[in-house]
Design a protein around this ligand. Structure first.
Ligand code: IMP
Length: 222
């Protein structure tokens, strides 16, 4: 029987994504359910600290001794705002939302689309942390891009309608804004493309892959 990782999340999208990725490493994923208000997210300056604090709290709710547990935290980091909203992305999205983020960057505009992308550079970043029964492993993923000048598309969630990912080269690495990649949204935001294409850029996918690389031989089944 495949080993199981208990994923501390109530987000069905995250659960489906993790199930898909960890299956490739021979690991089954199940949601770890805890009563509302049990896990307190600390105020911290980086995603790693938040993820580790949540893992340590989750250890008190393991379904059985030695169980593996995972959390995943993500955020939007805008270069011109020194990384804000970063670890506060959920709060900022709940309060001022995408229109508020656009207002914060109103002064950073250019008629030249390449210059506009440079001025409005941003990234999604994700950390996937796992208690493997004896220690905490951390995987990190990043998706480079820029903030659009207006809301575009109504797909996805969160900041998707204002985030334009950087094109990718053959190796899946992000390219500068003046270079057309083999994987491209052609200037569209994550909110205006289908989820399969978003997946190719996904910070979350990269964090899970990085986490799997921490296992000996890249996964429990090699
Ligand atoms: P969380 O780690 O899933 O709670 O993400 C924190 C916040 O970042 C969420 O409220 C989302 O608004 C935003 N976020 C994280 N990942 C994504 C993404 O892939 N697309 C759009 N927004 C995201």
């Amino acid at each position: 029987m495949n080993p199981t990782v208990w994923f501390l999340t109530s987000n069905q999208g995250k659960l489906a994504e993790a199930t898909h990725h960890l299956a490739a490493a021979g690991i089954a994923v199940r949601a770890l359910e805890v009563p509302d208000g049990t896990i307190v997210e600390p105020q911290a300056f980086d995603l790693e600290t938040v993820a580790e604090a949540k893992i340590r709290q989750a250890l008190a709710h393991l379904p059985h001794e030695g169980a593996m547990v995972m959390v995943e935290d993500a955020g939007l980091f805008v270069e011109a705002l020194d990384g804000f909203p970063g670890v506060y992305s959920s709060y900022v999205h709940e309060t001022v939302a995408n229109q508020g983020m656009l207002r914060l960057l109103d002064h950073l505009q250019s008629d030249d689309p390449v210059m506009a992308k440079r001025l409005r550079a941003a990234s999604f970043q994700a950390v996937a942390a796992m208690w493997d029964g004896t220690q905490i492993l951390m995987g990190r993923g990043k998706c480079k891009g820029s903030i659009a000048s207006e809301v575009q598309g109504d797909g996805g969630f969160g900041y998707d309608p204002i985030f334009i990912p950087a094109d990718l080269d053959e190796q899946g690495e992000p390219l500068p804004p003046d270079v057309l990649g083999v994987v491209s949204t052609h200037g569209k935001t994550f909110g205006a493309i289908d989820v399969a294409l978003k997946h190719r850029f996904s910070h979350r996918r990269r964090a899970l892959e990085d986490l799997m690389r921490q296992f000996p031989d890249g996964g429990l089944n090699g």
